[in-house]
Design a protein around this ligand. Structure first.
Ligand code: 5AD
Length: 357
């Protein structure tokens, strides 16, 4: 295969993607540089922010990789008060972040649905829709997705975690509560309701091959997503997948594989929004900057009140447990400037791909 020829394509076969994902050294850098070029051409050097609110770590799911899985009895469960959520929104306004992302452990009871609906509608009302609202609150019924959409949320993230059914069931319990089909259908329902819909996968999971990752990329493309979030898998010692810790690729290799995935997807889907995931920063101090230079264009500074953060450790060593939001924002600003990128304040930063249709 000829690297330069492939890099100039706009369509890619699975074999070509596997080849790109296997690149190392200077060839890998060529892929990353090409993806940056495509991003700058299609979207410019703007980076959009979503202030992250980790609303609750109560979760009915038992995902085999996640530190807040319901079987982990070693963490106290919390849910923010309404006032704490409004304080986060106020902070997002003061910091001119432009958008909020409300993320939560998964619940499907009525109280939860009502609560999110209330919070979204109240934030929309208070700030006159100045803050864009992304939700990442798990699998819900079509009715609930619709109520939240009507309340003012317009983007929704539901990571598929792996598009490969077999791998999906190696990292989730095989039961009704963790159904691959329900998750896939969820993505379709979200699109139908009208959300800018995002998904994503973890990279460097045990049992994951380059072929599976290439299929993930083609899955994102075929699903016509507006947004994608991909980050390295980080083993958590209170989870079943920790057992495979010694069989994983090294941190550096998982980071590089994440960068190659971001770059390949930027070539495949030039105008989608892609996040520089916080997990990147956990395994590499410069991880998020590297992700931006590989084609990502979104960052999520954490607004969660500090006292709750250590109870939302979906993976260990999360970097921002002690960062005050305002310090995090100022340091992001400088970091982006240093790599010739510009944070776009006070803008929703919607997915361009979504509006191309
Ligand atoms: N390592 C990396 N990412 C993780 N996530 C959950 N657990 C881990 C982990 N151990 C990701 C999943 C989930 C998102 C909220 O965090 O992709 O969808």
């Amino acid at each position: 295969m000829n690297l330069e020829t492939i890099l100039n394509n706009t369509e890619f076969t699975k074999e070509e993607l596997v080849y790109l994902l296997s690149l190392e050294g200077q060839d890998m850098q060529r892929l990353l540089d090409r993806a940056l070029e495509v991003k700058l051409r299609e979207l410019g050097n703007g980076v959009y922010l979503r202030g992250l609110i980790e609303f609750s770590n109560s979760c009915k799911k038992d995902c085999l990789y996640c530190g807040v899985r319901c079987s982990n009895k070693n963490i106290p469960r919390y849910t923010l008060t309404d006032q704490e959520v409004f304080d986060c929104a106020e902070l997002a306004m003061e910091m001119q972040l432009g958008s909020l992302a409300i993320q939560s452990g998964e619940r499907s009871d009525r109280v939860f649905a009502d609560k999110i609906e209330y919070l979204v509608s109240e934030i929309s009302r208070r700030y006159n829709n100045k803050l864009g609202i992304t939700l990442s609150c798990g699998e819900q019924s079509e009715d609930v997705y619709r109520r939240w959409f009507n309340a003012g949320a317009h983007r929704y993230l539901l990571r598929i975690e792996s598009s490969n059914t077999e791998l999906y069931y190696k990292i989730h319990p095989r039961n009704q509560e963790h159904s691959y089909d329900v998750r896939i259908n969820g993505i379709e329902t979200l699109k139908k309701v009208g959300y800018q819909t995002g998904s994503g996968v973890m990279i460097g999971l045990p049992f994951q091959s380059l072929e599976i990752l290439a299929d993930d990329l083609l899955f994102f493309k075929n699903t016509d997503l507006a947004m994608v979030g991909m980050g390295p898998f980080i083993p958590h010692d209170e989870t079943p997948l920790y057992e495979y810790k010694n069989e994983l690729l090294s941190d550096e290799m998982r980071m590089n594989l994440t960068l190659k995935m971001i770059s390949c997807l930027r070539l495949l889907m030039p105008r989608i929004n892609m996040v520089a995931a916080t997990a990147c920063q956990t395994i590499d101090k410069q991880g998020r900057e590297k992700a931006i230079l590989a084609g990502a264009n979104i960052m999520m500074p954490n607004l969660t009140p500090l006292k709750y953060r250590e109870n939302y450790l979906i993976y260990p060593n999360k970097q921002n447990v002690k960062d005050r939001p305002i310090d995090a924002k100022n340091s992001l600003h400088l970091k982006m400037e240093a790599i010739n990128h510009e944070i776009k304040y006070n803008e929703w930063g919607d997915s361009k791909a979504f509006f191309d249709k």
